[in-house]
Design a protein around this ligand. Structure first.
Ligand SMILES: [Zn+2]
Length: 236
């Protein structure tokens, strides 16, 4: 289907395959990006499609008011509502990845910063504590309200959402968030004292020094060329 969003569609398909390659998305998980028209967004397919085989033609373009239907991600509304309520957020990624999921089940979620590149890590982790998936607009709006100005939020017993001002920033953050979550779990499990980045270091000031905008396309340019479409994908 010809679209003014063809370039963005290709970028989202590549991002979907990169995230699948990092085990961040498989049957579960999805990623969206806002288009130039702030009433419309692109999202990868739902659970019925292999994310590692995502092609530009598989990417779905929707209006913010579009209702869920089979074939779309079940938790679609977290995307429509972030793009509605926070149009400065260009992209949202939802994952059920192992380390972030493990953190989401801890009574006290650790917020120590153990990796400079993860300096977007919230000093107070937003925790969505509802015992259900995000199935409707109201739940999605509660989740996005809880997220506030943070880069990520955990969904208890479920996973996480990670956002970025652009798709490329969100991809970078999602990969680093899972790595940092795994690092926290490993570092805490040995029981020896940690040496986190000191609390007095301003993470908001550290972040743009560690991940300035010019670095945000690193995964897209570094991996996009060699994260191939998996065998079995049909060429459109
Ligand atoms: Zn989910």
């Amino acid at each position: 289907m010809p679209s003014v969003n063809q370039e963005l569609r290709e970028e989202l398909a590549t991002a979907t395959r990169i995230l699948a390659n990092h085990q961040l998305m498989g049957m579960f998980g999805h990623v969206s990006v806002l288009t130039e028209d702030p009433q419309r967004y692109l999202v990868c397919p739902g659970a019925g499609k292999r994310k590692d085989r995502c092609l530009p033609a598989d990417v779905i373009e929707l209006d913010l008011d579009h209702e869920f239907e089979p074939g779309l991600p079940l938790e679609l509304y977290m995307h429509s509502e972030v793009h509605r309520l926070k149009p400065h957020i260009g992209s949202l990624i939802h994952v059920h990845s192992p380390a972030l999921l493990t953190l989401s089940s801890m009574l006290e979620v650790p917020t120590e910063l153990l990796m400079l590149h993860a300096s977007f890590w919230p000093e107070q982790m937003p925790l969505f504590e509802e015992t259900d998936l995000v199935r409707d607009r109201a739940a999605a709006q509660r989740l996005i309200g809880l997220l506030g100005d943070n880069a990520l939020a955990l969904l208890r017993w479920h996973g996480a959402i990670i956002v970025g001002s652009t798709l490329r920033e969100a991809v970078f953050r999602a990969i680093l968030a899972e790595q940092h979550a795994a690092q926290l779990i490993t570092a805490l499990s040995h029981g020896r004292p940690l040496a986190p980045v000191p609390r007095e270091v301003d993470r908001a000031e550290l972040y743009p020094r560690m991940l300035p905008p010019r670095t945000h396309d690193m995964h897209m340019s570094y991996e996009g060329s060699f994260v191939p479409v998996a065998p079995g994908a049909h060429i459109h």
